[in-house]
Design a protein around this ligand. Structure first.
Ligand code: FAD
Length: 319
């Protein structure tokens, strides 16, 4: 059985996502425990020099093609599947990200290997892999032991420190021969950059963030009033954007923005992993939720089990 640990790295036109370093740090630990090598897998076009950022790995497998310059789910899954088929690593780490959740299931199915999603921790002993995975939107954890030849873990961003995987160096680079991309029925058209005309919530020191608990967009003015009184800005969870009550530029989380304010007030937000990913680095988190078991309380420094329709007017009046 192979002892190799693979990390599928992520970058946007050469800008490496932090989750890559988080996985490399964890991967290094796993490789030390398995007695195998840590291998970084890099896909892109004219990005070979990025391999020098993956000094935590012993080797980088690099697949270069002009069609791999931007993420394409079919093409990326095809290339990663071919690499996995050739090398049969013990563990493949992908991020639980927009890219990872497209690639990992396709590789799992094409290679007939197991897949665990929502992974928040992993360890390895005698080539048995223990995986902690979040279920029910982060309300419960399960621990599973994988004894297969190979497995994929889709890792929740923010689960491991990025610093542990940051090391420059010159790992050996192995070029992977790319072919057959013309068969793809999916073609990359264009990258749509986020609209910058709205408030930049990533720059705000105080965020008053609102979730589905607000019930209706008619109730948003009281949140705006509170944010103004606090000298902050209003941000939100994804359902608020999906309902078109607020623009996408205000969304915090996996498919929104990552924020690091001094204070994050979470009002009627349950604390799903995809939301937590965007705000867990806030200095101070204060949550208001009617459900005492809401996962947001696991991340909040202060929590109020209460109704936001009582708390918001009371706070505004006090201010
Ligand atoms: C690929 C992918 C990407 C995603 N990206 C994001 C993302 O970027 N950002 C994001 O936020 N989500 C994202 N999601 C969605 C995420 O999984 C959750 O569905 C979402 O975060 C839930 O939003 P919420 O907490 O507002 O709503 P809910 O989970 O419905 O929670 C509402 C909360 O309000 C509380 N509540 C109800 N009434 C009151 C009241 N009167 N007073 C106080 N509390 C009250 C409830 O107890 C509950 O905890 C993504 C999902 C996927 C699959």
């Amino acid at each position: 059985m192979s002892k190799q640990i693979f990390v599928i790295t992520e970058h946007l036109r050469g800008k490496i996502d932090d989750v890559t370093y988080e996985m490399l740090g964890k991967g290094k630990e796993l490789a030390a425990a398995s007695g195998g090598e840590l291998v970084a897998v890099l896909l892109g076009h004219n990005q070979k020099e990025l391999a020098n950022e993956f000094g935590a790995a012993s080797k980088v497998i690099y697949a270069d093609h002009e069609k791999l310059a931007d993420f394409n789910p079919w093409m990326y899954a095809k290339i990663v599947s071919e690499i996995v088929a050739q090398q049969k690593p013990r563990v493949v780490l992908t991020a639980y990200s927009s890219m990872g959740i497209e690639v990992a299931p396709a590789v799992s199915v094409s290679q007939g290997i197991s897949l665990t999603a929502y992974v928040s921790d992993l360890s390895i002993q005698d080539l048995k892999v223990s995986v902690v995975s979040q279920i029910y939107g982060g309300k419960m954890n399960i621990e599973a032991v994988d004894e297969n030849e190979s497995m994929i873990a889709c890792v929740l961003p923010g689960s491991f420190p990025a610093d542990a995987g940051k090391a420059t160096g010159s790992p050996a680079v192995e070029d992977f021969a790319v072919s057959g991309l013309d068969e793809s029925k999916i073609q990359f058209k264009k990258l749509i950059a986020p609209d910058k005309s709205d408030v930049d919530i990533t720059q705000s020191e105080i965020l008053v963030s609102v979730g589905r608990g607000i019930q209706s967009n008619d109730n948003l003015p009281m949140v705006e009033e509170l944010a103004t009184k606090l000298g902050g800005a209003v941000s939100c969870s994804r359902p608020i954007v999906d309902s078109k009550w607020m623009p996408k530029t205000r969304q915090v989380g996996k498919s929104g923005l990552k924020v690091k304010p001094k204070c994050y007030l979470a009002l009627g937000i349950s604390g799903a992993p995809e939301h937590i990913e965007g705000m867990k680095e806030a200095d101070l988190v204060i949550a208001v939720n009617t459900d005492p078991k809401a996962p947001i309380f696991d991340y909040a420094h202060y929590g109020v089990v209460g109704d936001l329709f009582d708390i918001i007017p009371a706070l505004s009046a006090k201010l």
